[in-house]
Design a protein around this ligand. Structure first.
Ligand code: SF4
Length: 695
């Protein structure tokens, strides 16, 4: 009999179910049609994910930087862990507790994210902890909290999308980034529904839409206000819903009156006729959903932009009832759970606020420590990285599940800062670009080599099951944290057993907004996941939220008054072209995993820059030519792809590669004032040819 282990894809927030099957001594991916989210479908990344388990590039020995040669050399676990503990203790003794920082990731399991937060607050007593999820969807999280009093990416199961009459999708290319989710959109269209896509690029997702709005990047906020304006003008507003279930409409309505269609056309570049058509499609539809992703969120005004889209959903009465609602399509595998259990700078487990005295007392009780010993909120991800090596900043940093050399904005600046640290420690399973410059590299286990839970974009808590033991010489992140905690004087309280950590997480989250108290490993297995909040084992979980009331004190959703403002950096005579970033189907995030898979590299071997034929012609550039793209922060050298699917004033680059193809060498770290998310989606560049011609 062939053995198969049901588990989940190691990549994006859809967390597609798959089976890993032993065949001839190796594991292969086979369909898992019973898992309801993807019903067996996988994109090329999921299909090839078992290759990660057999990769010859796996790290299997701790490495330490030799003080004489300056090179990384193999070490024993004891030597490496002793070195790490000594460096952390020395940095804190010399510079204070906050001089040791912790940087986590949105791909870590719930157990690891929880334990990492506890490790920082209890074992290190540092406030300096944040994670790369801050780069992913923190603007939507902040807007969700403002409007609904709770942040869960989708407040409904993905399958509900198939039953809605109109979808307004902003800044997502899910046909390429999340292909198995496409089936719900296809079903929706087959039922006669409509799809409006807002994207400056005519992506495969946009090309399939009923209507594609192609605004100037960074103008979505004005676009949303313009649609509210038209909705008022045309009588699409759902006044009974507004009166019964919301507060704050008059202010938002008054602001929207300033966004006349011709003005919005001037700001966004979207013809007024298309604005009317979009407002009509969603305004006249009996049910509708508004969904945002990174295109709306990764801006210095991302929170306000998402608030504007939520305002539109509320004004149309398309929230808090069946087949209606606002949702965010989370990016990273555990982008949702990763921000609920304490690795975010301002949070304690259960999505509790770290500056709330009641929350502090409760969690300190679970942890068996004095509430006064818990640090307060720390700096956000970019601010943490920008403080590295500074006199009052971080001097020693533990990175777990992240590759900021590739993924941080203004990446060359951040890389230089990482190199200046007294001690950089990286736990990873491949030699990422960040691990390559570390002082200590700790080889860790990856998906399918350890148990744990993830929370997908729907708020569904699922199990990642272990199918094989980790390779000899590596350890799980939980084992690493337990060993380090021991060396810092905490012989108890840091279990390396995932289920025991999850049991503690359940207690720590009990009563919090993201309440996992009623979720057990056994239930997850039996029910294909359990949706939080789930306060008791007898509770069915909460697939659909807000149908009775929103999570605010009065149960009403809040309209948030917001107005359009310019991007932090706009094109000028020196840098005349807009620049934006995103993903391609066959690579994922910083590429630490996907760049190790042959089939993925064959499909997407290198970085490139997309530009419109008109722009290419004006610059004398030909398809396939290598050009230099320069911003105020750095430069890249990449091949050109000439495509008519992009606006002529904009160029696009995927961000999965390093070296001369590192898109984040160019990006602007201007932060959203609320979410502290950087403006990855927009900056100004100029393009130079590397060859000169005589004609
Ligand atoms: Fe994996 Fe996401 Fe692809 Fe599904 S859509 S197979 S979760 S990368």
């Amino acid at each position: 009999m062939t053995l198969a282990t049901p588990t989940h894809c190691p990549y994006c927030s859809l967390q597609c179910g798959l089976n890993l099957q032993q065949a001839g001594g190796a594991l292969t991916v086979v369909e898992r049609p019973d898992f309801p989210v993807n019903r067996g479908a996988l994109c090329i990344k999921g299909q090839t994910s078992a290759d990660l388990l057999h990769s010859a590039e796996r790290l299997t020995t701790p490495l330490v930087r030799d003080s004489k040669s300056g090179e990384l050399r193999p070490a024993t676990w004891d030597e490496a862990l002793d070195m790490v503990a000594a460096a952390l203790i020395a940095a804190q003794a010399k510079y204070g507790t906050d001089a040791v920082g912790v940087f986590g990731g949105g791909s870590l399991t719930n157990e690891k994210a929880y334990q990492l937060g506890k490790f920082a607050r209890v074992a290190l007593r540092t406030s300096t902890i944040d994670y790369n999820g801050r780069f992913c969807m923190s603007s939507a999280a902040a807007a969700n909290l403002r409007a609904f009093g709770l942040d869960r990416g989708l407040p409904f199961p993905l399958e509900d999308i198939a039953g809605t009459d109109c979808i307004l999708l902003i800044g997502s290319n899910l046909a390429e980034t999340m292909p198995p989710a496409q089936r719900y959109f296809t079903e929706q269209r087959e039922r006669g529904g409509s799809l409006i896509v807002v994207d400056p690029r005519a992506t495969p997702t946009a090309r399939n839409a009923t209507l594609h709005l192609q605004p100037l990047p960074g103008t979505d906020l004005a676009l949303a206000l313009g649609l509210i304006h038209i909705a008022v003008q045309k009588g699409y507003i759902d006044q009974p819903f507004i009166d019964e279930r919301t507060t704050g409409w008059p202010q938002v309505q008054a602001i929207s009156m300033e966004y006349m269609p011709h003005r919005v056309e001037r700001i966004t570049g979207v013809p007024a006729k298309q604005l009317y058509e979009a407002a009509r499609l969603i305004g006249e539809a009996p049910t509708g959903m508004v969904l945002t992703a990174r295109g709306a969120e990764q801006h210095s005004k991302g929170t306000d932009t998402v608030s504007a889209w939520i305002n539109l959903a509320l004004a149309l009465g398309k929230a808090g009832r069946a087949h209606c609602g606002y949702g965010c399509l989370t990016g990273q595998g555990n982008g949702q759970g990763g921000r609920e259990h304490g690795q975010k700078a301002d949070q304690l487990p259960g999505y509790r606020k770290i500056d709330d005295p009641v929350a502090r007392a409760y969690v300190a009780g679970v942890w068996g420590v004095d509430p006064n010993s818990l640090p307060g909120p720390g700096p956000s991800a970019y601010e943490l990285l920008d403080s590295l090596g500074e006199p009052s900043g971080v001097r020693a940093l533990l990175v777990m599940g992240s590759n900021p050399v590739i993924s941080a904005p203004r990446a060359a600046h951040i890389e230089a800062k990482l190199r200046r640290l007294d001690c950089l420690i990286v736990a990873d399973y491949f030699m990422s670009e960040t691990a390559a410059i570390a002082d200590v590299v700790l080889p860790s286990a990856q998906f399918a080599e350890e148990d744990g839970t993830m929370t997908n974009l729907e708020g569904r808590v699922i199990r990642r099951n272990k199918a094989v033991p980790p390779p000899s010489g590596s350890r799980t992140d939980l084992e690493i944290l337990a060993e380090l905690a021991k060396r810092l004087g905490h012989t108890e309280g840091f279990s390396s057993q995932p289920e025991l950590v999850f049991e503690e997480l359940r207690r720590a989250s009990a009563g919090g907004p993201a309440d996992y108290a009623g979720i057990t490993y056994a239930r997850i297995d039996a029910e294909y996941g359990v949706f939080w909040p789930c306060p008791e084992e007898s509770h069915p979980g909460t697939p659909r939220m807000f149908e009775e009331r929103f999570n605010t004190a009065d149960g009403r959703a809040r309209f948030v008054p917001v107005t359009h403002r310019a991007a932090a950096e706009e094109p000028d005579s020196e840098y005349p072209i807009w620049f934006t970033t995103g993903r391609v189907m066959a690579q994922y995030q910083s590429g630490t995993q996907t760049r190790r898979v042959d089939r993925l590299n064959e499909a997407s071997p290198e970085a490139f820059v997309e530009m419109h034929p008109r722009l290419a012609k004006s610059l004398g550039i030909t398809d396939g030519e290598t050009v230099r793209v320069i911003s105020r922060r750095g430069w890249v050298e990449v091949k050109v792809r000439i495509v008519s699917s992009i606006r002529p004033d904009l160029v696009f680059m995927p961000f999965h590669w390093g070296g001369k193809g590192r898109a984040n060498s160019l990006t602007n770290p201007a932060l959203d004032p609320t979410s502290r998310m950087p403006e990855f989606k927009l900056c100004a560049v100029r393009i130079e040819r590397l060859v000169t011609t005589t004609d």
